[in-house]
Design a protein around this ligand. Structure first.
Ligand code: BES
Ligand code: ZN
Ligand code: ZN
Length: 473
């Protein structure tokens, strides 16, 4: 999409002019004046406006244009300051970035497997901004477009069906995401990760003819002495549940179980594209959780990379297994901070619904920072406990750990998953946070985004990489 500027200009022919009124939210009225078509959009009372509603409004501009089959729209905010008095961003640049991110996100649809209609796709090709084109404004818009596209790249990747995006495919996607950027990508195949001792990742991938992979993306934008930020993303390209097979009602969207991996891939790419002065390493443990002949059985005991043995009491609790090996692997980089991101539990969805992801960490400063950034970026988080009291669920009768408690596992499931990860993260020697993105795996009605993967947490991880202070560790 092109975003151009023309303050106070006469609206050129062929553009749909979108204007705002205090009519009740969602009201739309088409008016024709001097040959220019305008669409008046009701935003509700200005006193009830806030940043969150503004985000949705920005997206609805694009969705409305798409419905009207308008390719070019003209829109401005400067001429109606009374409507926006409750909106505040930390800077003009940040506000402009937010605008551009959200129009790009609203313009996206997953069309890869669809035949193009003869009249073309419904999408907006240009937004003419009728506002002051200051330097800050232009910089914010340019940056926001790059970020919005990274979110959309994440959605595109996550949306690919299980048969079209395998663990090897995910490793390839990591490579092509950083083509031309100063990021190195290395991938271990099945034989290599078994040789290294990643028994948990190998065990999850054992039931599939598709080889599991472990991909490491390295971007060195900071001083050589600065400890890296590590992002680890769950890359289950299809989660059938394994021998503890999922019921029909829960299996359908499980090609999206690599949404964390997709977010990490495109966040690392984004760090390089925006030339962040940080060292960042992305880890993507990837496997297909299937039930073929070699599949791990309930009750099997696997040896993790850390050396700890794990009894697999439920093959459907596979995300925590692959991430545990990734967390142990992370240790070799002497990280400054580690954040993992995973569609880990249905229980997180039960707890939070679809509007916020779950945050679990032992580090209050890290929690505060992530919660603040989540509000700013729109990748909302809500903190859940990660206390010692929950640790009993990972104690196994027959191994060092178990991945699920058969007696007490139904309650507090999101924390139970995180407490398993903590058994490995506690050896890292640096702050660690776990983000359960199952709640925001897909978009929901009312947020003015196309159905399917939401691209959650790319904006949050970017803000985190930008603002993390390496002296805090
Ligand atoms: N990938 C699922 C979690 C999930 C569910 C993500 C729904 C998005 C939407 C995960 O691997 C899983 O199956 N978790 C189990 C854990 C249980 C067996 C302890 C769950 O949530 O039921
Ligand atoms: Zn599962
Ligand atoms: Zn899963």
């Amino acid at each position: 999409m092109k975003i151009t500027f023309a303050k106070g200009a006469v609206i050129p022919k062929g553009y749909l002019h979108i204007r705002f009124t205090e009519d009740s939210k969602g009201t739309k009225r088409l008016v024709r004046e001097n040959g220019v078509e305008s669409l008046e959009l009701g935003i509700g009372k200005a006193k009830d406006m806030n940043n969150r509603k503004f985000t949705i409004l920005i997206r609805s501009i694009v969705q409305t244009a798409k419905q009207q089959k308008a390719k070019r729209i003209a829109v401005g905010f400067d001429s109606t300051p009374e409507l926006w008095k409750n909106i505040s961003f930390s800077s003009i640049e940040r506000g402009a970035q937010h605008f551009a991110e959200n129009v790009e996100m609203a313009n996206f649809e997953f069309r890869t497997f669809k035949t193009k209609p003869t009249e073309g796709w419904k999408e907006v090709e240009e937004i003419l901004l009728l506002d002051e084109a200051s330097k800050e404004m232009r910089a914010g818009i340019a940056r926001g477009q790059i970020v919005g596209q990274a979110v959309n790249d994440t959605r595109e990747l996550a949306n690919l069906p299980g048969g079209s995006m395998t663990p090897k495919g995910l490793a390839k996607a990591a490579k092509s995401a950083v083509a031309g950027l100063p990021v190195t990508v290395e991938t271990l195949n099945r034989a290599a990760l078994i040789k290294l001792g990643m028994g948990l990742l190998a065990g999850v991938g054992a039931g599939s003819t598709e080889e599991p992979t472990f991909t490491v993306m390295t971007y060195k934008g900071g001083p050589a002495t600065e400890k890296p930020i590590i992002l680890a993303g769950k890359g289950i390209t299809f989660d059938s549940g394994g021998l503890n097979i999922k019921p029909s009602s829960s299996i359908y969207e499980m090609h999206l179980d690599m949404s964390g991996g997709a977010a990490v891939i495109h966040s690392v790419a984004l760090a390089a594209r925006l030339k962040l002065k940080r060292n960042v390493i992305g880890l993507i443990p990837a496997a297909e959780n299937m039930l073929g002949n070699g599949a791990t059985r309930p009750g099997d005991i696997l040896k993790s990379l850390s050396g700890k043995s794990v009894e697999v009491t439920d093959t459907d609790a596979e995300g925590r297994l692959v991430l545990a090996d990734a967390l142990t692997y992370a240790k070799r980089f002497k990280p400054g901070v580690v954040v993992d991101i995973a569609t880990l539990t249905g229980a997180a969805v039960v707890a939070l619904g679809h509007h916020a992801n779950g945050l679990m960490t032992r580090n209050d400063a890290l929690a505060e920072q992530l919660l603040r950034l989540s509000e700013e970026t729109g990748d909302y988080l809500w903190r859940l406990p990660l206390w010692d009291e929950y640790e009993s669920v990972v104690k196994s009768e027959f191994a060092d750990l178990q991945n699920h408690s058969l007696s007490g596992g139904r309650y507090g499931g999101a924390t139970n998953g995180a407490i398993f990860l903590w058994q490995f993260a506690k050896d890292l020697g640096c702050p660690w946070a776990h983000i359960d993105i199952a709640p925001r795996m897909t978009t929901v009605a009312g947020e003015e985004l196309a159905k399917g993967a939401s691209g959650t947490s790319v904006r949050l991880l970017l803000s985190f990489m930008e603002s993390w202070d390496p002296r805090t560790t």
